[in-house]
Design a protein around this ligand. Sequence first.
Ligand code: ADP
Ligand code: MG
Length: 290
Amino acid sequence: MSATAPAGTSDRHGPASTTDAPGAAPAVEVRGVSRTFATRSGDVVALSDVDLTVRAGEFVSLIGPSGCGKSTLLRLIADLDEPSAGELAVFGRPPRVARENHDFGIAFQQAGLLPWRSVRGNVELPLELHGTGRAARRARAAELLEMVGLSDFADHLPDQLSGGMQQRVAIARALAESPSLLLMDEPFGALDEMTREHVQTELLRLRAESGAAVVFVTHSIPEAVYLSDRVVVMSARPGRVREVVPVALGGAGERGEDLREDGEFFDRVRAVREALHGTGSSAPRGVETR
Ligand code: ADP
Ligand code: MG
């Protein structure tokens, strides 16, 4: 189904291209979704009756104990898996159609760069796979590497870069086709704390520039609060949505590093922590061991 897709793909790299995404539809709609895996030791209910709406341009984090189905939910949205029950829509269309239409970009915990390709070659890869011409690929990769501050490293190989830089390359690659939605599964999980805070701030900037919605899986409460418009707190198996905590700390483009010192920030951190543990508990009881 590509009736609404542009004839050529070589000019798909305008800013925040939403040309073929119906404006009114939410970025993600999840309705009554369950996912059960049949294993040798019986059925594993990874998700049970999950409802979630992510508005266009909204930043939503998923947080919850290990094994509560966060990655499973992201994979369903990304059309990498199918629900056992319920329905999903991405910009009002089945995830498969959204995937074919390049409506979303994906970045996972491991940067997943091809080690034999240069930084530029990695960023160009999705464009190459989808038939964008060489000159347009080059131009888009240059623009993206500039955006993530890696212009000087275009010709380097991934293993010549630090972990934080590799993750920025992965984000640039995820943004290559100007998706209206970014799906990120613990993308900063392997980074040291300082690098992590830096790329978080950078992600907020990129997101403000692109206007993309983001669904972001994390184990870190402060990370979820710092980045998100809303934090979806999930419960342990079977994974369900336990609570949705609105964060709304200033506009997307206005969050700076000083926010991390803000009283309101700590209030939201406490709210998410209490939602994770059940109300009444405010002590950090080792929630997020991995
Ligand atoms: P999270 O990302 O929140 O840590 P996952 O979504 O990876 O959790 O997994 C949720 C549950 O589903 C876990 O119990 C996991 O073992 C199980 N699971 C995930 N994928 C599969 C699979 N392909 N086959 C069997 N069980 C799976
Ligand atoms: Mg996971």
